[in-house]
Design a protein around this ligand. Structure first.
Ligand code: HEM
Ligand code: HEM
Length: 343
């Protein structure tokens, strides 16, 4: 575990009374983090087309991707509420409670892999999961294809999005279109991004919070433009949190790799827009951002942050809220006589 911060940690003073030098801090922050891009134009080297994004937007809000015709992607990743559902663990098919908190989809395209345990390589692979998961949308690829093929407007939209293919309406292309839409869910121009670009300032408390975030070592795991989402670490490197926050039944990445050292290992959560996405952690058991920060201090760094430090870091994290995507509600095609009925 590389918990040192490449020699940069020592560059900034960390005492609460110090007023950090904004210019030096900006320079350091630019090397450690970086701005959220205004747009993402390709995935896996393939260009994303407007027709794919348009189709993906319809599918994102499409409740008929679920067996019940009740749940859409947006049910659990509401774009109006930070791309998450703001409940401890998601409610899916038949009011079943899932095992984990819903992570935000905002800026998810920037993560190295998807899910708390990184078990899906990218957004395309990820999108096939919830549609089939029995506690989420509880559907099957065949039933989804039958549903989409029953509506002429979808058949045309898939043909426009995936021209030249023999059978454009497929489960695979549903996933590709959803991924294309999700690449548009980036949130640039946060106050922090404006600070990085030299176009805006942070107040003294926020600067202190940024300085502490770097000096105390948070940055060792939460770095890059998305402030995390790039690598995996034990939750409880130094001190394992209580079973309320870290339930013993969810061993995280161990389920993916079957390697003993991956027990209770999770992807370092990306912290962009974190002020909008309570409750926190994969268990969704912590409602207060300050409390989540304090838990990170003791669990990951073996350091009891004092109240002022927690407050400064929390104030800083609030500057990571970016411009939220403006998405016009799509009008979805009506069901036809051949559309599978809700179950
Ligand atoms: C995870 C997209 C439907 C609940 C994710 C992630 C993405 C995503 C991109 C990973 C984000 C990250 O790791 O940073 C979608 C899409 C959906 C959909 C495209 C529609 C096809 C749903 C629904 C629910 C839900 C309906 C709730 C019933 C969750 C939960 C996780 C998750 C709990 C975390 C699961 C884990 O880490 O094991 N989703 N989602 N999603 N989503 Fe969805
Ligand atoms: C999760 C902040 C240090 C690894 C989180 C979350 C916050 C946070 C707010 C919850 C995000 C959410 O649920 O959406 C901080 C702060 C730190 C710090 C302020 C410094 C005081 C670290 C370090 C590591 C780390 C040093 C790695 C050794 C993780 C991991 C998660 C996480 C793995 C996901 C935990 C889970 O499974 O729920 N961090 N973090 N963090 N952080 Fe940190």
């Amino acid at each position: 575990l590389a918990l040192a911060c490449a020699g940069l940690c020592t560059a900034m003073p960390a005492r609460a009374t110090d007023a950090p030098d904004a210019t030096a801090l900006r320079e350091t922050a630019n090397t450690l983090f970086g701005a959220i891009p205004h747009s993402v134009d390709e995935v896996r080297g393939q260009e994303i087309t407007a027709a794919q994004v348009e189709l993906g937007k319809s599918l994102w809000f499409e409740p008929r991707l679920s067996r019940s015709h009740v749940l859409s992607c947006n049910s659990c990743h509401n774009i109006a509420t930070g791309g998450a559902d703001n409940v401890p663990t998601s409610i899916g098919h038949g009011w079943q409670k899932g095992p984990r908190n819903s992570p935000t989809v905002l800026n998810a395209v920037l993560n190295v892999a998807q899910f708390w345990d990184g078990r899906a390589a990218d957004l395309k692979e990820q999108a096939k999961g919830p549609v089939q998961a029995s506690v989420e949308m509880n559907n099957t690829p065949g039933r989804v294809e039958a549903t989409l093929r029953s509506m002429p407007a979808y058949v045309e939209a898939f043909a426009r999005a995936f021209p030249g293919e023999d059978q454009p309406v497929s489960f695979e292309n549903m996933a590709r279109a959803l991924e294309a839409f999700e690449t548009t869910l980036v949130t640039p121009d946060s106050r922090f991004d404006r600070f990085l670009a030299g176009k805006g300032s942070l107040d003294a408390t926020e600067l202190r919070g940024l300085s502490l975030f770097i000096d105390k070592g948070c940055v060792a795991c939460h770095s890059g433009p998305n402030f995390g989402g790039q690598a995996y670490y034990p939750f409880g490197v130094v001190e394992r949190p209580g079973a309320d926050v870290l339930p013993s039944g969810d061993k995280g990445r161990f389920a993916v790799t079957q390697t003993a050292s991956d027990e209770y290992v999770f992807r370092a959560a990306p912290l962009r827009n974190v002020a909008l996405t309570a409750p926190y952690f994969h268990s969704g058991q912590v409602w207060d951002l300050g409390q989540a920060v304090a838990i990170m201090g003791s669990a990951q760094l073996g350091h009891e942050l004092d109240a002022t430090e927690v407050q400064s870091i929390t104030r800083f994290l609030q500057t990571l809220t970016g411009r939220q995507p403006q998405v016009a509600n799509p009008v979805l095609p009506p069901s036809t006589s051949t559309t599978p009925r809700p179950e």
